[in-house]
Design a protein around this ligand. Structure first.
Ligand SMILES: O=C(O)CCC(=O)C(=O)O
Ligand SMILES: [Fe+2]
Length: 258
């Protein structure tokens, strides 16, 4: 998969250009900084391409030839791993194992592939600014370069790459529906001077696709001692606000606080 991502970004510029778009609901888009024009957040040192893989998978022809096989293969693995993770998380909440799946938490899979070129002055920029993901869950594949950090007790901690390992992040939607039982992971990516870094983030969300499903804190998790913290929302509504705010280091969760 990482080789496929590299092939896409390192191919002929004219071919790459044909995929460029800022139309966020297009099935496949290639651009730099999705929030470049929508927010005042600082610009990040990376290019990305993204694709809506579920619920309506692209035809192979809709994907770039240099990475289409890898993307389809990776997506299938993400769907089966996602199913297992949602079952385990449901059980961890004391709910029936199919609860999160039955709420359509894995209806949408939005795959984002990042390419972080080396930066001559890494201290003056950042690869990906401080944020938590607008997903239920994100499965992240990173290469061996490093740079990913997670915020733990107000300190940035390196998430050092482990060969063969994936990073699983709880996203904002999971925090919202579990009424803070699970907390979304705040993270960022540093730039480096010498090496290109590649990562693939598989977001379980329908993102900006029309989706009228209304989510809110799961009733079974609420009680008199644990009243709802958040109001109901749709994934589309949340994501629109999230894109507008951009990756500016502040959480969008407070927007839904009761
Ligand atoms: O490149 C990475 O390791 C992280 C990317 C990321 O945080 C994201 O796509 O939300
Ligand atoms: Fe992220």
């Amino acid at each position: 998969m990482r080789d496929g991502v590299r092939r896409f970004f390192e191919q002929d510029l004219e071919v790459k250009k044909s995929y460029f778009s800022r139309e966020a609901t297009n099935k496949f888009v290639y651009n730099s900084n999705f929030d470049l024009y929508s927010s005042t957040a600082c610009v990040n040192w990376r290019d990305s391409f993204a694709c809506y893989m579920s619920p309506d998978p692209p035809t192979p022809e809709e994907l770039p030839v240099v990475c289409r096989g890898a993307m389809i293969e990776h997506w299938k693995h993400m769907m089966s791993l996602g199913a297992l993770l949602f079952e385990l998380l449901s059980e961890a909440l004391g709910l029936s194992s199919d609860m999160l799946k039955s709420m359509d938490c894995m209806k949408g899979l939005f795959m984002i592939c990042h390419y972080y070129p080396p930066c001559p002055q890494p201290d003056l920029t950042i690869g990906t600014n401080h944020h938590s993901d607008n997903s239920f869950l994100t499965i992240l594949l990173q290469d061996q370069v490093g740079g990913l950090q997670i915020l733990h007790q107000d300190c940035w901690v390196d998430v050092s790459p482990i060969p063969g390992a994936l990073v699983i992040n709880i996203g904002d939607f999971m925090q919202l529906i579990t009424n803070d039982k699970f907390i979304s992971a705040e993270h960022r990516v540093l730039s480096n001077r010498t090496e290109t870094r590649i990562s693939v983030a598989s977001f379980f969300t329908t993102n900006l696709l029309p989706n009228s499903t209304v989510y809110g804190p799961i009733k079974e998790l609420l009680s008199q001692e644990n009243p709802p913290i958040y109001r109901d929302f749709t994934l589309e509504e949340y994501t629109k606000g999230y894109v507008k705010k951009g990756l500016n280091g502040t959480s969008h969760l407070s927007y839904l606080k009761l």
